[in-house]
Write a protein that binds this ligand. Sequence first.
Ligand SMILES: Nc1ncnc2c1ncn2[C@@H]1O[C@H](COP(=O)(O)OP(=O)(O)OP(=O)(O)O)[C@@H](O)[C@H]1O
Ligand SMILES: [Mg+2]
Length: 246
Amino acid sequence: MKTIDRLDGKSPIVEAYRSIRTNIEYANLDKKLKVILVTSTQQNEGKSTITANLAISFSSLQDKKILLIDGDLRNPSLHRIFELSNSKGMMDVLKGDKTLDKVIYHLQKGKLDLLTTGIMPPNPGEVLVTDRMKSFIEQMREDYDYIFIDSPPVGIVSDASVLSQLSDGVVFVISSGEVEMDFAKLAKEKLMNVDAKILGAVLNKYESHNSDYGYYYGEYYGQKKKKKLSKKNIFKRKKRLKIKKA
Ligand SMILES: Nc1ncnc2c1ncn2[C@@H]1O[C@H](COP(=O)(O)OP(=O)(O)OP(=O)(O)O)[C@@H](O)[C@H]1O
Ligand SMILES: [Mg+2]
């Protein structure tokens, strides 16, 4: 898969991520948002792709150090996106078998680090609720400006709800045309039941069929027609990626 760092800086997709980034930064004026969880209702909605690209987009901010964590202990995939091995990772650190510096990938030195899961545990749900996991994230808070955590779907297992407790905010991915809105609402409620702070929703895999609106801003107006997904737009974007306020 192509991550956005391989695309032209003016590409609409890079621009789309920049727009999400700006909105997260805007939501972070009081500097309380550091750990951001990305999740969705069901599988295959684009969580991992979006987590990876958001981390890349944030890494271009000056003087900001970003950590990308694969928190999907059931179906890890960030290592695949970056074409790296997952033979070691966060599980080794949590078990106390290895130190962080032995398992972390420096994707961009001093700017962007990646922590893959390592060998999957037999009991992913239990690992996430341990004090060890909690203190690990607390420790990471001291070393990074932003931490993005990928996770399994909310509608299927409770891992994302557990991870949301360790996070300051949640980006909720909705795959356009693939997820039933009722299920998405239930998933959102599940997160709200544990007091997760939902920052916004990213409407992914969206394709505008209305060419009359043109290319760039046109999609913004096109987006207004899809109001039933949510009340208010926060972000405007084109080509297969749209973001709306949850
Ligand atoms: N905007 C997009 N346009 C086209 N393809 C996309 C888009 N976003 C994601 N994909 C593709 O959809 C597939 C699923 O994406 P991804 O693995 O990021 O989803 P996921 O929600 O993390 O899945 P899982 O629940 O299995 O972890 C991948 O093949 C990815 O390349
Ligand atoms: Mg995934």
